[in-house]
Design a protein around this ligand. Structure first.
Ligand SMILES: Nc1nc2c(ncn2[C@@H]2O[C@H](COP(=O)(O)OP(=O)(O)O)[C@@H](O)[C@H]2O)c(=O)[nH]1
Ligand SMILES: [Mg+2]
Length: 203
């Protein structure tokens, strides 16, 4: 639920990185934090992180400059993907305006990706949001591992598993090298701002 503050001429919206545990959501955010310094308007905050596991969430505040005289502010969050943090994931999704689903290209994570997408659909529904209607972008992460000795899914396989019905824009990426990371976020922001524009016009 974006906040449109006419007095302060400010629009604030919320983007959430969703996906199974260890698919690379925090690494995406760390790359954004390092690379888009100009747009980052505060510290990246990781709440209760243990090693490479996010136990609560990560948060990054961004400012995208002005559109039609309004300051565009974006709050970016990641959820903890591990199955047991269901209630935290739901909490982080509250008021979401746009979602980036980070899927893991490792073959052993195939089921986890599909379960996490179902979990996203379910949690959105609890807030009365249809997954087919919310601005959603998919990212096939860890493409840098393809060609190494570990079994990695093809993009075609991942699209069949995850995107056959949704048919959302998807990006191959590596949160480690940064390939596709900015493109994923930018596309999600674009969709989200377009959707908000429509909502405010009709509301
Ligand atoms: N090779 C490779 N490793 C990655 C990539 N993204 C994340 N990782 C690694 O995967 C592990 C989990 O990443 P993290 O961002 O904590 O996952 P999260 O649980 O989704 O937040 C870490 O060891 C990362 O370094 C990627 O694009 N390529
Ligand atoms: Mg994390």
């Amino acid at each position: 639920m974006a906040i449109f503050n006419i007095k302060k001429r400010e629009l604030e919206c919320k983007i959430v990185y969703y996906g199974p545990g260890r698919s690379g959501k925090t690494t995406n955010m760390e790359y954004i934090y390092k690379t888009y310094k100009k747009q980052v308007v505060g510290e990246m905050v990781s709440v209760d992180t243990e090693g490479d596991r996010t136990l609560f969430f990560d948060f990054l505040p961004m400012g995208l400059g002005q559109i039609k005289g309004f300051d565009i502010r974006v709050q970016v969050y990641t959820v903890p993907g591990q199955v047991q943090y269901k209630s935290t994931r739901k909490l982080v999704l509250k008021g979401v305006d746009g979602v980036i689903f980070v899927a893991d290209s490792l073959a052993i994570r195939r089921k986890k990706n599909m379960l996490s997408l179902k979990d996203l659909q379910h949690n959105l529904k609890e807030y009365g949001i249809n997954i087919l209607k919310i601005p959603l972008i998919m990212q096939h992460n860890k493409r840098d591992i393809a060609g190494q000795d570990v079994p990695v899914m093809t993009i075609e396989q991942m699209e069949r598993d995850l995107n056959r019905q949704l048919k959302v824009h998807s990006f191959p990426a590596s949160a480690i090298t940064g390939e596709g990371v900015g493109a994923t976020l930018k596309e999600c922001l674009k969709l989200t701002l377009l959707s908000l524009k429509k909502q405010f016009k009709s509301g």
